[in-house]
Design a protein around this ligand. Structure first.
Ligand code: HOZ
Length: 428
């Protein structure tokens, strides 16, 4: 699909002043080809580009828009907070309310600190884990993305015990070498790794449901295994719930799976669409943070009153509307329609969904890890993506991302989406 003239003009200008024309690489549409559209307005389940085209949106600003775009309670909370000042750099009452709510909602969190992004949250969890254990090695999984933290931007090794290689220029190999990458959902590889280097491991960090390589779900018992093996070897378990936290349940995956991680990284939904992250967990670990302890972490805008007010309003509205149960119902409607469409179009693509998060992998192979996900037919995905966009449905511009349904998606939106998806699959 070619872009409207205003989007094209803006992209040309953006490329002169912003690297690649974007402020985050996935927005550049490189993995689907073509150019990004520029958004003028977003409301409910829809976004409008600068050329006036409207689309049903399943990106939802990459997760935060759980009530839909620009929900009234959040917008009012932002206005009310902003009238009293947009940043103080000294404690404010909203921060205390937010901390109390997070500790009440997220089972493992006894203390929490706010920051400004998911990247800051995971980075701080890793630093805390190293400070607490006095060990350096971190284990992460193939296909899990934890923001652009140096130590976590590490390519997946093909062998289970391969030490990390930097996945980005600018990261010293010696630094990345402290990260071990394992295949997700592979108990044998995990046991082998701990048998060799368990005494060096500060923490396992895992996206509780990996949602940055499409959506990959854990095999039964796998997350329990991570909990057991870390406990046995004196390492910490860090759940990255930036994508799943406050989206799948009040207490995220740890509530759904009844697992107690030591630390949790949070973000996205908790900020009501404003830039927010948070990390929390066991009080004895969190108390190592400055000013009480020796692990330094800070931020001028952390606990920002406007962001806190927006996040609190969004979370309270979710509770008021019994949002998680409703989102699951909407997810089920979409799932039924997609499975039906796959049957009628004779495609054996793999569909995964949990609540309001979903992914259709363009492969007939069940997806348990990144290697499986990479068997997807990327050219077919590209065609599908552009056909959907042309017909007014915006999915993430990459096979390796997750889709999000919001409370603003109506049954009519979902029915229209099903028609568009069917048409796009038929066109392949
Ligand atoms: N997969 C990313 C969100 N967790 C996409 C958003 C971005 O990098 O801008």
């Amino acid at each position: 699909m070619s872009n409207g003239p205003l989007s094209s003009k803006l992209f040309a200008a953006a490329k002169q002043y912003i690297p690649g024309g974007v402020n985050s690489p996935v927005r550049a549409f490189r993995s689907v080809g073509g150019e990004p559209f520029f958004v003028r307005r977003a409301k409910g389940a829809r976004i409008w580009d600068v050329d006036g085209k409207d689309m049903i949106d399943y990106v939802g600003t990459w997760g935060p828009a759980i009530l839909g775009h620009a929900p009234l309670p959040v917008i009012e909370a932002i206005h009310n907070a902003a009238k009293d000042g947009v940043s103080f750099g000294i404690p404010n009452p909203y921060e205390v309310e937010m901390a109390k709510l997070v500790c009440e909602w997220v089972p493992s969190v006894q203390k929490v600190r706010m920051c400004n992004s998911g990247t800051e949250a995971t980075m701080s969890c890793v630093r805390l884990a190293r400070g607490f254990t006095g060990r350096d090695r971190i284990i992460k999984f193939d296909g899990c993305y934890h923001g652009h933290v140096d130590a976590l931007l590490v390519a997946a090794g093909s062998g289970a015990l391969t030490n990390g290689k930097p996945d980005s220029a600018g990261i010293p190999a010696s630094y990345a070498g402290l990260t071990t990458v394992l295949p997700y959902n592979d108990v044998e590889a995990l046991e082998e790794c701990f048998a060799k280097v368990g005494h060096e491991v500060a923490a396992i960090i895992v996206e509780s449901y990996p949602a940055n390589a499409g959506l990959i779900l854990p095999q039964p018992g796998y997350l329990n295994k991570l909990r057991e093996i870390t406990q046995k070897h004196g390492a910490l378990l860090i759940f990255d719930e930036v994508m799943t936290g406050f989206r799948l349940a009040k207490g995220g995956v740890q509530q759904l799976e009844n697992i107690t991680p030591d630390l949790t990284a949070m973000g996205k939904v908790i900020g009501g669409g404003l830039p927010v992250g948070a990390f929390g967990g066991r009080a004895d670990i969190m108390d190592l943070l400055a000013p009480d302890g020796p692990v330094y972490q800070a931020g001028t805008l952390s606990g920002n009153p406007v962001a806190m007010a927006a996040g609190l309003a969004q979370l309270r509205e979710m509770e008021k509307q019994n949002g998680y149960a409703k989102l699951d119902q909407l997810g089920q409607i979409m799932e039924d329609a997609v499975l039906d469409t796959l049957k009628t179009t004779g495609r054996e693509y793999q569909w995964y969904r949990k609540g309001s998060m979903f992914c259709l992998f363009f492969t007939d192979k069940p997806v348990r890890n990144l290697t499986d996900a990479k068997t997807s037919d990327i050219p077919a995905f590209r065609k599908f993506f552009h056909k959907c966009l042309e017909d007014g449905v915006y999915f993430a511009p990459s096979q390796f991302e997750t889709g999000f349904i919001s409370l603003a998606h109506s049954p009519d939106d979902l029915a229209r989406t099903a028609e568009v998806v069917q048409g796009a699959l038929k066109s392949l």
